[in-house]
Design a protein around this ligand. Structure first.
Ligand code: NOS
Length: 525
């Protein structure tokens, strides 16, 4: 092979062969002119911004770098503005407790006179960043001789009315109180990249954000408004359907009377009500096509002793029977490195599978697995169990690239990965998107959907930031790859076939409008 033309054609053939498993390959062979133009435009702008935005040496920037230090830069890029307008299909991996903007959540809380707050010790300048607020409602205001958690006389764990504790907060007044609470409910760059820069430490902080939020989230008047806001936030970012994981480990939430007595069926009921209301509102505005609804993936946490999981599995089945359109599947969540592996639960999980089959329910496992750096450890091995248990999709599957056989299984049996790029970076699995295993998975032809996991904790609202990080960190990946993932998000959802057809055709219509706008320049920032 010494002839240059011969060399170049063999080179092109080799590249084509190398990429032949990629799922967008078929699409690429049959692009409309407008799609091809939109793809070229995005590639052009990306290349230009790789130099003008990300080519700066001091401070060292690069596309796909740490999210929290680059977010304000991302916000101002043309690529981000374009991606924000793209229709995204379905969002299949999101933990409801970590979705709604925390400032909005705090605003909701401050409107609730029955809410109280407490801390495990006096809050001081020295412990401000580590002491967590805990919230809960009481029917009658609780009184204490002391009105402030910052007062040296504050008795540990004494409940104070929220508005009093806020007004009397000595470390910056009400604004200081808000800063303290918001900080406890989210993660900041100094924690991710400095004080908590490894997996166990950042998981500790991550779990604290859920503890700080729990008392607000699990208060019914807030819960109801929270779900509405969650749905509106999705729709705002071009997402038309979601399967949200909810942690059902607490058996009750607090009701408006301050009693902890609202059972799970009421949570699901409230969720369904919110979905219906948002649907009606959008239909009234002539925007009905933007929203196909939302479902719940029932989850419990991998700290649960195996003998206790049966109650939750039965609970999940009962909820599915009562709300067949709202319960999408079952999962066990939490830190896979620290918590129990799936093997601890095999017996009850197999029994659940049999029960579900006998009852003729459509209630699949949709399991977290392989969200880890380990190779052959218990968290990595969860992948074997998730697949053997017949998981419909895999939550994360970060470590699957170490297992060619498992990738083959996912490809052959069409088991999609729910990839959460920003989550993986912030939770310490990769220093940047350039090191993320996503390209390996894509090149192996494994179906992938992109997801946000815990957007309000990571400060990455919607899906656009995750789409952005993926698009800018690979030159193979283009707009058409993202389109494939968006299509796949509908295909691998638990929607019924007829609903999928409808969702896909609406998506196609919005996609066509999107590429046309890009092609004719109107959609350009
Ligand atoms: O990326 C994740 N992997 C595993 N568990 C998670 C992740 N994000 C959130 N949670 C867990 O989900 C529960 C709330 O639904 C929380 O317990 C949180 O730790």
């Amino acid at each position: 092979m010494t002839d240059i033309r011969d060399y170049l054609s063999r080179r092109a053939a080799l590249i084509l062969e190398d990429r032949s498993l990629r799922r967008e390959n078929k699409l690429l062979q049959s692009l409309t002119e407008k799609e091809a133009a939109a793809d070229r435009i995005v590639r052009y702008i990306r290349a230009e911004e790789a130099v003008s935005v990300w080519g700066v040496e001091i401070p060292h920037l690069f596309p796909g770098m740490e999210f929290l230090t680059s977010k304000s830069i991302i916000d101002n890029t043309k690529i981000f503005k374009i991606i924000s307008k793209m229709p995204k299909g379905a969002l299949l991996h999101i933990h409801l407790e970590a979705t709604v903007d925390k400032k909005y959540l705090l605003k909701l809380a401050l409107r609730e006179p029955s809410l109280h707050v407490r801390t495990a010790c006096v809050v001081t300048p020295g412990n401000l960043t580590t002491v967590l607020p805990e919230f809960r409602p009481f029917e009658e205001a609780q009184s204490s001789q002391c009105t402030s958690v910052t007062n040296a006389e504050y008795p540990a764990n004494a409940w104070l009315p929220l508005y009093k504790a806020r007004a009397s907060f000595a470390l910056g007044g009400p604004e200081g109180f808000d800063r303290w609470v918001l900080r406890a409910m989210s993660i900041d760059p100094a924690e991710v990249y400095d004080t908590h820069n490894n997996v166990p430490k950042i998981w500790q902080k991550f779990k604290d954000t859920f503890s700080a939020t729990a008392g607000l989230f699990l208060y019914r008047p807030i819960f109801r408004q929270y779900i509405r806001r969650f749905l509106l936030e999705l729709i705002e970012d071009g997402i038309s359907y979601a399967e949200a994981r909810i942690d059902f480990l607490p058996k009750y939430m607090f009701d408006v009377d301050g009693n902890e007595n609202v059972p799970h069926r009421e949570w699901v009921w409230d969720f369904g009500q919110a979905v219906n209301e948002i649907r009606t509102t959008l239909e009234e505005q002539g925007r009905g096509e933007e929203f196909m609804g939302a479902k719940i993936i029932y989850t419990t946490i991998r700290i649960l002793p195996p003998e206790e999981i049966e109650w939750y599995l039965e609970d999940c089945i009962a909820l599915k029977q009562e709300f067949p359109d709202l319960i999408a599947g079952f999962d066990i969540v939490g830190d896979e490195n620290a918590g129990r592996p799936l093997t601890d639960y095999i017996k009850p999980l197999l029994a659940f599978k049999r029960r579900v089959e006998d009852l003729g329910l459509n209630l699949p496992f949709i399991l977290h697995a392989g969200e880890t750096l380990s190779d052959g450890g218990k968290a990595d091995n969860n992948l074997y169990d998730a697949l053997l248990l017949g998981t419909k999709r895999i939550g994360h599957g970060f470590s699957i690239v170490k297992h060619p056989k498992l990738m083959e299984l996912c490809r052959e049996n069409e088991i999609a990965l729910e990839v959460c790029p920003i989550s993986n970076e912030i939770l310490g699995l990769t220093p940047s998107m350039s090191m993320h295993p996503l390209p390996v998975v894509l090149n192996q032809g494994v179906p992938v959907t992109l997801n946000s996991d815990d957007p309000s904790v990571f400060g990455a609202m919607g899906l656009s930031y995750n789409y952005f990080q993926v698009l800018v960190s690979s030159e193979t990946t283009g707009l058409i790859t993202l389109a494939q993932m968006a299509r796949d998000s509908i295909k691998f959802s638990t929607l019924e076939e007829a609903e999928k057809r409808r969702a896909t055709s609406v998506w196609e219509k919005r996609w066509t409008e999107f590429v046309e706008e890009l092609g004719n320049g109107r959609g350009l920032p």
